[in-house]
Ligand binder design. Structure first.
Ligand SMILES: Cc1cc2nc3c(=O)[nH]c(=O)nc-3n(C[C@H](O)[C@H](O)[C@H](O)COP(=O)(O)O)c2cc1C
Length: 350
């Protein structure tokens, strides 16, 4: 197995077998004011919305998880079948393995399903030169999009992970310029991978032509913890220790969302666990929410398990809309909210 395939398999295996979350659930610090007299028929509530130009049945996407090794084909097929049936968006994991001709089928399998919003994925570190590795060209990014008929391409920012990883790509110089160049040719969004996006970073990303930002804030999957487990297995005490220290590094997802201050569409993710969390994120200004690890657990089982999970999320969202008197997604954006706990402390401390 190549190092890349081994790493991808490790990530999946660690995420389904170990606790990789920092342990405080920031989304639960958001509360929506109860409306005892909603004057709505629940059957008439409209959950549909348009995200990045595509109509979704409800405001949710399965964010980037995997691709590029044997089991990834089954995982992506299960997710794609469920997303197509339930009418939500889907991202594939980093397409580096496809660009480097290691494996393509585990990504292209999603074309067998009619997913309403398909998001490609490449890491920002691959857009600039790394030690002995050359940067990907813009044409390579275009081919990766063609491989899956992507509607948009997500460029992921994962320097927390790269710094903890024993074999990490740690040159971040030139990423912003490379993203600006790509955005002139392709529809691009920028996503974090579990550490959030600050207002300062969002400001630098606004105005370079990108179409949206996925905050992927802290509170859900911690790639510092994932890489800590890998480093322990490799008996790399230094990297394992760094991973442990940075287990909760980053901006809590709801704090990132509330402070980002951009006019671009914002996808809320990082620890989204149910439809109530989706409702909170919409009330805080997101265009939709997304989850990765939650869905991975079901995708390991079957497409039906993913469908059931998406149905639970949809019905939870609908319940929150009823109980806030929100007849549609636009109305939910105006729901009254209260912030408590550590999230309030973060907001007060800024
Ligand atoms: C097993 C696994 C692999 C992932 N691989 C990628 C990836 O290749 N590219 C990417 O942009 N994000 C990747 N992510 C990050 C997710 O897209 C997401 O931003 C992050 O996990 C936070 O969401 P969550 O708390 O719902 O898991 C991965 C997540 C998991 C769990």
């Amino acid at each position: 197995m190549t190092l890349m395939k081994e790493r991808k398999a490790d990530h999946i295996e660690i995420c389904i077998s170990k606790d990789v979350e920092p342990g405080y659930y920031y989304w639960d610090d958001i509360k929506l004011m109860h409306e005892a007299l909603p004057e709505l028929n629940a059957d008439d509530i409209d959950l549909s919305t348009t995200v990045l130009g595509k109509k979704l049945s409800f405001p949710f996407i399965v964010t980037a998880i995997t691709g590029g090794f044997k089991d990834a084909k089954r995982i992506n097929a299960n997710i794609a079948e469920a997303c197509a049936e339930l009418g939500v968006g889907m991202g594939v994991g980093s397409q580096r393995a496809a660009i480097e001709n290691i494996d393509k089928k585990s990504y292209s399998v999603i074309k067998d399903h009619d997913v309403p919003l398909v998001i490609g994925n490449v890491g920002a570190p691959q857009l600039v030169e790394q030690k002995k590795k050359k940067a990907f060209t813009e044409d390579m990014i275009g081919s990766a999009m063609d491989l899956i008929d992507a509607d948009v391409m997500a460029i992921h920012l994962n320097f927390l992970q790269e710094m903890v990883q024993p074999e990490g790509d740690t040159n971040a110089c030139g990423c912003l310029g490379a993203i600006r160049g790509l955005a002139k040719r392709y529809p691009i969004i920028v996503k974090e991978t579990g550490a959030g996006i600050s207002a300062k970073t969002a400001k630098r990303l606004s105005g370079i032509g990108i179409k949206g930002i996925d905050i992927a804030g802290m509170g859900g999957t911690s790639f510092s913890m994932v890489e800590m487990h890998r480093a322990i297995r490799k008996e790399d005490a230094v990297r394992a220790s760094i991973g442990g220290s940075f287990f909760d590094w980053g901006i809590p997802a709801p704090v990132s969302l509330m402070t980002i201050g951009t006019d671009l569409p914002v996808i809320a993710s990082g620890g989204i666990a149910d439809g109530l969390h989706v409702a909170y994120s919409i009330a805080l200004g997101a265009c939709c929410a997304g989850s990765a690890n939650l869905i991975l657990q079901d995708a390991m089982v079957s497409a039906d398990a993913v469908k059931e999970r998406l149905t639970i999320i949809r019905e939870g969202l609908k319940t929150a809309m009823m109980l806030t008197g929100s007849k549609d997604v636009a109305a939910l954006k105006n729901a009254d909210r209260v912030i408590v706990g550590r999230t309030k402390e973060w907001m007060d401390g800024l």
